[in-house]
Design a protein around this ligand. Structure first.
Ligand code: ADP
Ligand code: ZN
Length: 524
């Protein structure tokens, strides 16, 4: 059922219209396709939904031989092969779900020149027998999908991608094209090196996803915040947490609140995970609470919101995860719950977990994530700047643009907090500090005699969240630090002294404790 006969090579534009039914190329496609058709290596950075697949599928049909596509997930391969078959392209995959006979019959189609695209996992491709088999065939090109997986600097490094540099060694004259939706400058450079690309054509598309509204909320009572947020939303959403235990816990509690939800993490068996994914795709469950394991291959177009219950390790992670919202181009939202103490924990976790040669890069990546969360300027500008896409106009569709932070003279507020920390002998965490400031009649306060402190109850008139935000701002300004070696106790830094004495000015932002859906401004 081939539309394209090998004897009559078509032009890329003909293939675009005759096979795929589109009349014009999207930004970048034509240039990438021309380069690969001419045998040049390429690296393509296009956001999700940007049309990466055609960048290798069209050259696959224009060039002689079989195109080999490296894909990290079986479900992705199946989707792609099915879609290609629907438009009459001969495509197949080889993977571990098939028996020997099925694999042999795919190879037979290659030998007889009847296969245009072969999808394969990296570890399968690199098996010696398949490499030797392919060396005896005409190969049109190699495409490495989700190419950031090849880089240690990327957000989803995979060991079996590492050896893909071998392709260029064994097939020096066959073009290799890497494709990814998320790679910062360090990751991009590393992909070129790891894949051994030779004088590649690099195309970087815009990273902007204008229909996603970015918001950051100070995290102080995470469960209540998430519950209230989800109850205000229509449609599907994903809530990312940093641990499996958190996922299970949040799932159980949201479920009890009557929210249609399911959990997803790598600790569940494959069947269960697949069941959750299918129900989500079919709109049978509204919200999936997940770890980063819920990722690639989640091809659902109408995800309306992505919540980060915990701060991710890098902007690449954040961008990739929030990017699952709004693939259909409709208004969507990315909500990050941010807490300075979480950030301190992530930093500690990186410091303890990373090999020394990578520590600095990882810490820098996380510092950029923190800067995004703490930004007082347009979030989208911060995000795009991170991916070297400089923009000098504010977006109008993020929390900062919609509701700019209001700065006030915070000296007295700061003094209240700092002196209460001091009165508690720097032996309290932030919630206890707030309980004392607000004059709560808790048993543990009474037992410690802290109801007698001069700072007991001086913050009565404001809610917990207000104080959490103010404390976080003092941490952010370097006046207070979180001592993680001692149960997240708050300690004063040297410069807190000047604030306590009133020798310096202190500007603080009025906390955003809630967001008003009615203040949403549509960009278009
Ligand atoms: P990505 O892999 O970059 O996330 P896809 O390759 O899956 O994106 O493409 C996203 C959607 O856009 C697909 O439905 C695809 O058919 C469509 N598409 C790609 N290129 C074009 C084009 N030139 N004209 C119209 N639609 C296109
Ligand atoms: Zn903005």
């Amino acid at each position: 059922a081939e539309n394209i006969t090998p004897e009559l090579p078509s032009t890329p534009l003909e293939v675009l219209s005759k096979v795929f039914g589109y009349d014009k190329f999207r930004d970048g496609q034509q240039a990438v396709i021309d380069a690969v058709v001419n045998g040049q290596d390429a690296l393509v950075l296009l956001p999700t939904g940007g049309g990466k697949s055609l960048c290798y599928q069209i050259p696959a049909l224009v060039r002689q031989g079989v195109a080999v596509v490296v894909s990290p997930l079986i479900s992705l391969m199946q989707d792609q092969v099915e879609q290609l078959r629907e438009v009459g392209v001969s495509a197949a995959y080889i993977n571990s779900t098939q028996d020997q006979e099925q694999q042999q019959s795919v190879l037979a189609r290659i030998t007889s020149g009847n296969l245009q695209l072969l999808y394969v996992s990296p570890e399968k491709l690199l098996t010696p027998w398949l490499m030797s088999f392919l060396q005896a065939q005409t190969v049109a090109l190699f495409a490495v999908d989700e190419a950031h997986c090849v880089s240690h600097w990327g957000h989803d490094f995979r060991q079996d991608y590492r050896a893909l540099g071998l392709l260029k060694q064994r097939f020096p004259n066959i073009p290799v094209i890497g494709l990814t939706a998320t790679a910062d400058a360090a990751t991009q450079a590393d992909i070129l090196v790891q894949l051994n690309l030779n004088d590649p054509f690099v195309y970087k598309g815009s990273f902007d996803r204008p229909n996603i509204r970015y918001r950051v909320m100070a995290k102080y009572k995470a469960f209540d915040q998430v519950r209230d947020y989800v109850k205000q939303q229509d449609g599907s959403g994903i809530i990312y947490c940093n641990s499996r235990a958190k996922v299970d816990d949040l799932h159980a509690r949201l479920h009890r609140e009557g929210i249609s939800c399911a959990a997803y993490h790598a600790g569940m068996d494959a069947d269960e995970r697949e069941y959750v994914q299918r129900r989500f795709l079919n709109d049978q469950v509204d919200v999936v609470i997940a770890t980063v394991a819920f990722g690639m291959g989640i091809n659902k177009s109408n995800v309306r919101f992505v919540v980060h219950h915990d701060v991710p390790r890098s902007i690449e992670n954040y961008y990739q995860e929030t990017g699952r919202a709004g693939r259909d181009g409709l208004e969507s939202e990315a909500m990050l719950l941010y807490d300075e103490k979480d950030a301190a924990r992530v930093r500690q976790w990186i410091e303890q977990g990373e090999a020394t040669d990578r520590l600095n890069v990882e810490l820098q990546k996380f510092a950029s994530m923190e800067a995004f969360a703490e930004a007082q300027t347009c979030r989208r500008q911060v995000l795009l700047n991170y991916f070297s896409q400089y923009s000098d106009t504010a977006c109008g569709n993020c929390d900062i643009c919609i509701d700019p932070p209001k700065l006030i003279d915070g000296l007295v507020i700061g003094q209240k907090i700092l002196s209460c920390i001091l009165r508690l002998e720097q032996q309290a965490g932030s919630q206890y500090l707030i309980d004392v400031l607000r004059g709560k009649a808790l048993k543990r306060i009474m037992e410690a005699g802290h109801q007698n402190l001069s700072t007991y109850g001086i913050g009565k008139e404001k809610p917990d969240g207000y104080w959490h935000s103010m404390i976080n701002q003092l941490i952010h300004k370097g006046l207070v630090r979180v001592d993680l070696t001692a149960g997240a106790m708050l300690r004063l830094n040297e410069n807190a002294r000047q604030v306590l004495k009133g020798e310096v000015a202190l500007e603080l932002a009025v906390p955003r404790l809630s967001f008003k859906p009615d203040t949403r401004v549509s960009k278009t």
